[in-house]
Design a protein around this ligand. Structure first.
Ligand SMILES: [Zn+2]
Ligand SMILES: [Zn+2]
Length: 240
């Protein structure tokens, strides 16, 4: 399998990532990507980008050679109602999409599945949110069937996060939890997308863990948006 999209990638604007947009573009082109999405951390995460970073993303070219560049944000889910840490319309309007993720220290870990499920579904109902970032972390457990049904209802896509599979990941239990999630995605015919969550340019477009995982569980190709760039843009409601 060859993936053509990677829409969760960080730059030096995230504070703890190490590459520029240009470096990420260089590696995206080398990996044969057709769509690259820049999604730095919003500012409640220590070191995250200032709100002006997001409102000014409009100056980033839409296309570099044949590569489409999307403008995004990885926002923090701040509570178990699903609120995110950015409300300024002028900044959000500059963006193509928002990824909502659970990150310490922005939100406390919670053992109660129904509480976390409510938080995820709450975030899915935020009209700016199009993707739930790195679900499947044992520290934020949820009811897989309820979340997948909400994904189907809202159109918000659940992410397979390549970084979560790596030995450097701090997220326990991801593989086992995602097997359960993808079982329901298959049952309810709901597409997913994989992203690298690259924090340095060498990781951009490098999907070996996600591809091995999806092949291992024999997940249907027609539900993997990375294989269909046009379908991915449609799912995000983006026309370029
Ligand atoms: Zn994240
Ligand atoms: Zn990220």
């Amino acid at each position: 399998m060859k993936f053509y999209t990677d829409i969760h990638v960080h730059t030096i604007s995230s504070g703890h990532a190490y590459s520029t947009i240009l470096e990420n573009i260089t590696f995206a082109e080398k990996s044969g990507l057709k769509i690259l999405g820049i999604t730095d951390h919003s500012d409640f995460l220590p070191g995250g980008a200032h709100i002006f970073h997001f409102s000014n993303l409009k100056i980033v070219p839409r296309k570099v050679n044949d590569l489409i560049i999307l403008r995004g944000m990885e926002a923090n889910v701040m509570d178990y109602e699903g609120n995110i840490d950015i409300n300024e319309e002028y900044a959000l309007k500059s963006l193509d999409y928002v990824i909502a993720s659970f990150h310490p220290p922005c939100i406390e870990f919670c053992e109660d599945k129904s509480t976390v499920t409510k938080g995820i579904i709450g975030a899915m109902h935020n009209p700016w949110v199009k993707v739930i970032g790195h679900p499947g972390d044992n520290r934020y457990p949820f009811n897989a069937e309820e979340v997948v049904k909400a994904s189907k209802q809202t159109g918000v896509i659940l992410e397979i996060n390549d970084a979560s599979f790596k030995p450097t990941s701090v997220r326990p239990g991801v593989k086992e939890n995602l097997i359960e999630v993808l079982k329901y995605c298959n049952k309810y015919d709901m597409p997913i997308m994989a992203n690298t969550d690259a924090h340095i340019c060498w990781e951009v477009g490098e999907f070996s863990c996600s591809i091995a995982f999806l092949e291992e569980i024999n997940f249907p190709k027609e539900l993997i948006l990375n294989l269909y760039p046009e379908k991915l843009l449609d799912a995000l409601g983006i026309s370029i």
